[in-house]
Design a protein. Structure first.
Length: 209
């Protein structure tokens, strides 16, 4: 049974509070998005399996634990998802990185695909799909459907801020996917933006607004 985890850590809550502020500039916004992703990655990898390995320390031989050869990949939903990649790679530097390009039709609010590039062995990997915002859930759901169509079975989704509407759609469309959320907000407004949210994450990350 898939799980939904809403982060409780004080550092995550503190940093999310800062990125919500209108006066937070692009440089600080980018850095904080990366830091939040790193902290969330710690929670999202909590159940990765370990195996015993014998090593030699400067003092003696010892048995330590390392990840059990699990292949991992990070797949950001372009373009805002790129802001979460570096923070996650700080935690899991051996992970491969794929990219899925989707944009939201402003009239229908439905996702439109324009790019997909994944590791050749993506079906053998645990995939972390990342996007700072889970609004309607359309883009996230479409991205995960694309991965499943390519044979991927083990998928986790990470977002920094979610609306109840997006979470409900994800749980309906992909009940087998674990979802990790930094903060759960109130609702969507008429334009499909999360309230209170933080505005357009992509514009704020890349300074394009």
């Amino acid at each position: 049974m898939a799980k939904t985890v809403i982060m409780e850590h004080p550092l995550i809550r503190h940093k999310i509070g800062i990125i919500r502020r209108e006066e937070t500039g692009s440089r600080d916004f980018r850095n904080l998005i990366s830091e939040i992703a790193m902290l969330m990655c710690y929670e999202a990898t909590r159940d990765l399996k370990l195996t015993d390995i014998e090593i030699t320390t400067p003092i003696c031989k010892a048995v330590v634990q390392e990840l059990e050869g699990k292949k991992l990949a990070i797949v950001p939903i372009l373009r805002a998802g790129l802001g979460m990649v570096d923070g996650m790679l700080m935690m899991i530097p051996a992970a491969k990185v794929g990219h899925i390009g989707l944009y939201r039709n402003e009239e229908t609010l439905e996702p439109v695909e324009y790019y997909c590039k994944l590791p050749k062995d993506c079906a053998e990997r645990d995939i972390f799909v990342v996007d700072p915002m889970l609004a309607t859930g359309g883009s996230a759901s479409a991205a995960i459907t694309m991965l499943k169509d390519k044979g991927v079975k083990n998928i986790r989704f990470m977002c920094i801020i979610a609306a109840p509407e997006g979470l409900k759609r994800m749980q309906k469309d992909h009940p087998d996917v674990d979802i990790y959320i930094g903060a759960m907000d109130e609702c969507l407004n008429e334009q499909g933006y999360i309230v209170p949210g933080l505005g357009d994450a992509g514009d704020r990350i890349f300074g394009t607004k």
